[in-house]
Design a protein around this ligand. Structure first.
Ligand code: SF4
Length: 149
């Protein structure tokens, strides 16, 4: 699990408010993240995936991209949590964010909404959030349908 520091969404009731301040946490370079991952991968044969959460990982898409690719090249699953919806990410048209989505096996999207909090569904905190498999394919489908309208 990798937690990024800094979140612009500030959802009331957030489960992880310690990640909001972009000045908090501690710095790790992309190379250090990859080295940590490779060490864990070598030492733990049961490791089958990596999750990137936050905070808001998308604000570090450029820095996370080589790490995400290293995870995928090792044959593991990659999940990413974001407070943005995938439609918002599509509208941002940020090449690094889109490349990060293309590397991911699953995206959990959307802000946490306290009024919609759910305890009954695995992996999500509120019912507006979605688990989107292969978000890279999904984002290109959205982009193509926007062009056709
Ligand atoms: S997007 Fe996630 S980390 Fe950010 S405030 Fe909302 S629940 Fe907390």
């Amino acid at each position: 699990m990798v937690f990024t520091q800094g979140c612009p969404h500030r959802c009331p009731g957030c489960h992880n408010p310690g990640t909001h301040d972009p000045e908090g946490g501690y710095e790790r370079s992309t190379d250090e993240l990859i080295a940590d991952f490779e060490k864990n991968f070598d030492e733990n044969p049961l490791l089958d995936g990596v999750t990137i959460s936050g905070g808001e990982p998308m604000i570090y898409a450029r820095e996370l991209l080589p790490f995400a690719r290293a995870v995928k090249e090792s044959g593991l699953n990659l999940w990413i949590y974001t407070g943005y919806t995938i439609e918002e990410l599509c509208a941002r048209e940020d090449a690094d964010e889109i490349a990060l989505l293309e590397a991911a096996d699953a995206l959990v999207d959307g802000r946490f909404v306290l009024e919609l909090r759910t305890l009954g569904v695995r992996f999500i905190g509120s019912s507006n959030q979605r688990i989107i498999e292969k978000p890279g394919l999904y984002i290109h489908t959205i982009a193509n349908s926007d062009r056709e309208e």
